[in-house]
Design a protein around this ligand. Structure first.
Ligand SMILES: CCCCCCCCCCCCCC(=O)SCCNC(=O)CCNC(=O)[C@H](O)C(C)(C)COP(=O)(O)OP(=O)(O)OC[C@H]1O[C@@H](n2cnc3c(N)ncnc32)[C@H](O)[C@@H]1OP(=O)(O)O
Length: 178
């Protein structure tokens, strides 16, 4: 369903519809929302964001990063920003890139039994245009830990060109910390 939703999102972002088609599409989308509403649950029980086995943790907002290689301290994956993430002139929106970094750096930070941590800062440099509809490579490194602090770095590549890079600090949550 989420794959279909992502296709809908990309398609809806790219069209310019006549009013009658837009009206009919709205009715169909409202009908689908009605079909799902009886299954709303508490946020601690929802599948979205809580299902690691499904791409993008089943979270519809997230650009889907496919992991190609990973060990305890390094991860390499690929991601394609679809039309939904277009900022302008063929480039991904500047907000979509930190979103992708936060997710994939957070995943490595929390991997291999490391206790849950939260992003304290995420600094992103936009080095070149990040094109949409192009398969890009993302590399993440868990560089070091100092007490509760975990320092990670990441870079996004279009071929050999770094389009963006990031440094982040994740802080291990204390027992019972929300
Ligand atoms: C069900 C399955 C799901 C699985 C999902 C898994 C994948 C998930 C992937 C999802 C990924 C998405 C993840 C997300 O998006 S997480 C969502 C985005 N992040 C937040 O909402 C975080 C909000 N902030 C906080 O909650 C607190 O501030 C935290 C918990 C971060 C720290 O507050 P806490 O009270 O606990 O600690 P502390 O203040 O004593 O600080 C401790 C130390 O850290 C240093 N410090 C703190 N901040 C900064 C800073 N900005 N720059 C530099 N340093 C900083 C500080 O000086 C101190 O250092 P020292 O004095 O000890 O030397």
């Amino acid at each position: 369903m989420l794959d279909a939703l992502r296709v809908l999102r990309d398609t809806a972002s790219g069209v310019d519809l006549p009013a009658d088609v837009a009206r009919n599409a709205s009715l169909d989308i409202e009908r689908l929302s009605g079909l799902l509403k009886p299954y709303l649950v508490a946020d601690t029980l929802q599948a979205a964001g809580r299902t690691p086995g499904i791409g993008g943790r089943a979270h519809a907002l997230l650009p889907m990063v496919h992991v190609d290689e990973a060990d305890d301290n390094r991860l390499v994956g690929h991601v394609t920003f679809g039309r939904y993430y277009l900022g302008g002139f063929g480039a991904a929106h500047g907000g979509a890139i930190p979103l992708m970094f936060d997710e994939i750096m957070g995943r490595l930070s929390n991997a291999v039994g490391r206790p849950m941590a939260r992003t304290a800062y995420l600094n992103v440099n936009f080095r070149a245009i990040t094109p949409i509809d192009v398969r890009l490579r993302v590399e993440v490194r868990h560089d070091r830990e100092e007490g509760r602090k975990r320092f990670l770095t990441a870079a996004l590549y279009d071929g050999e060109t770094v389009t963006a890079d990031a440094t982040a600090l994740f802080i291990t949550l204390k027992p019972g910390q929300r």
